[in-house]
Structures are given as C-alpha cells and as structure tokens.
Design a binder for this molecule. Structure first.
Ligand code: NDP
Length: 230
C-alpha cells in the first residue's frame, strides 16, 4: 500500500497503522528523509515525472499498489479578494490535480489486478466551506466528485474509491493556526477536542479492509460531529 505525504501528520499515522497491521507500506515524502522504519520514495505530486518515478520504485520493491491513500495536501489561506491566482492554483494543483495524478497511476495496476482500494483524504471544509479557505474547500469538494465518478468507472473491476473527511486534527497544519483560532474551532466541535491523526487512520484502515468490500463512493466523516451530514 502507498500513502502520499506519509512522512508526517495524518499520512504518517496512516502508514504506521497499516504497517502495524502487517501490510507492506510505502510512503512518498516530498522533502527530508523517509520516516524511520518505513520504505519511502521521494515525490512531489505536482510533478507528473516524479509521480511516475515514485510508482516505478514502489512497484520494483513491493509489486503493484493495491491500496492507495491520497493524503498529501496544502493550505494557502486568504480571503478571496487577497487570494492571488498563484495561491488558488497551487492549492488546486496539489490537492486536486495531484490526487488525480497519483490515483490515475495507481488505477492502471488495479485495473490489471481487478482489485484495489483508493482512499482520498478530503476535509469537512470541502462541503461546509470556510472563510479564508475558498481554494482549499474547492479542492477538497472536488475530491468528492472525483471519487464518486471513479467509483462508477472502476466499481465493476472490484475497485472501491472512498473519501475520508476529517475535521480538525492535531498536526502541523492546524498547529500553524493561532491559539485563539484553535480555541474558536474547538467550540464548534460537539466532541469538544481536536482529533488525533490515529483516529483518522483507523477509518482509512477500515475502508481498505475486507469488511468494507461493499462501500464505495462514500464520504466518511471523522470530525467529532462538526459537519453533521455535510
Ligand atoms: P501536514 O501539513 O502535517 O502534512 C502534509 C503532508 O503533505 C506532508 O507530508 C507534505 O510533505 C505533503 N505534501 C504537501 N504538498 C505536497 C506535494 N506537492 N507533493 C508531495 N507531498 C506533499 O498536514 P496534515 O497531516 O494535517 O494533512 C494531511 C491531509 O489531511 C491533507 O490533505 C489535509 O488537507 C487533510 N486534512 C487535514 C486536517 C487537519 O486538521 N490537519 C483536517 C482535514 C483534512 P512535506 O513534509 O514535504 O511538506
């Protein structure tokens, strides 16, 4: 199985959860070193050539990817009138087009094998919206339409495609917020706290398991009740 952006945060927790379950795990890391004890390949998902090279490396070592978790993502928050075209397109290019790149490459092997599991990491913000995150929310909402289209295209080949939609998770991404913003966000969460990355990982593992064989095109919230059906 392969996790993009598996060197830290939610991606690392997902990779570790699968490794603990006995799976052969590969992670992509854009910068730095691969995480200790995990097989890592360097890859910036905005570069199609790096995506192709990363898959070749993973396939040589572990065979075709049977489970893909498209997790890598960025934010560039700004209110609309201050949001540059660069801020908008960088977020779309990483979160949405980057996911298209890695999913398309994985689907090749899955179609041949006539089985596969694809899990995309979206966000509660994709369907609720969030002031200052029009680019991010658009990219994350786009993942839902993308996943649902793929579940229709690939379902007859025993490939499922689902979305996990986390709320506020305690990672570098949310640590970048001010204390005031963090406290404000927590007030909106019925469970009254941030999620730990491992709590997202357990839903991803479920979607990749035999128990979830009949689930596709679903959006699974892991948000402490924040989205309430969004
Ligand atoms: P982090 O910022 O902690 O980690 C982001 C990961 O994505 C890093 O591994 C980073 O690599 C990688 N990445 C970013 N851009 C690229 C790129 N161009 N190519 C390859 N890898 C890239 O984020 P989180 O762990 O918090 O978030 C993981 C996912 O979960 C994201 O998609 C995010 O949108 C989503 N999410 C997060 C929530 C939260 O509250 N934290 C809530 C809802 C969704 P590098 O280390 O090289 O920068």
């Amino acid at each position: 199985m392969l996790v993009t952006g598996g060197n830290r945060g939610i991606g690392l927790a997902i990779a570790r959860a699968f490794a603990e379950g006995g799976d052969a795990v590969a992670v992509t890391h854009r910068s730095g070193e691969p995480p200790e004890g995990l097989f890592g390949v360097r890859c910036d998902i905005t570069d199609p050539e790096q995506v192709e090279a990363a898959y070749k490396e993973v396939e040589e070592k572990q065979g075709p990817v049977e489970v893909l978790v498209a997790n890598a993502g960025i934010t560039r928050d700004q209110l609309l009138l201050r949001m540059s075209e660069e801020d908008f397109s960088a977020v779309l290019d990483t979160n949405l087009t980057g996911t298209y790149r890695v999913v398309k490459r994985a689907a090749r092997g899955m179609l041949r094998a006539r089985k596969g599991r694809i899990v995309l990491i979206s966000s509660v913000v994709g369907l609720m919206g969030q002031a200052g995150q029009a680019n991010y929310a658009a990219s994350k909402a786009g993942l839902v339409g993308f996943a649902r289209s793929l579940s229709r295209e690939l379902g007859s080949r025993n490939i499922t495609c689902n979305v996990v939609s986390p709320g506020f998770v305690d990672t570098d991404m949310t640590r970048a917020l001010s204390d005031e913003q963090r406290a404000d966000f927590v007030k909106q969460v019925p469970l009254g706290r941030y999620a730990q990355p491992e709590e997202v990982a357990s839903s991803v593992r479920f979607l990749a398991s035999d128990e979830a064989a009949y689930i596709t095109g679903a959006v699974i919230p892991v948000d402490g009740g924040l989205g309430m059906g969004h």
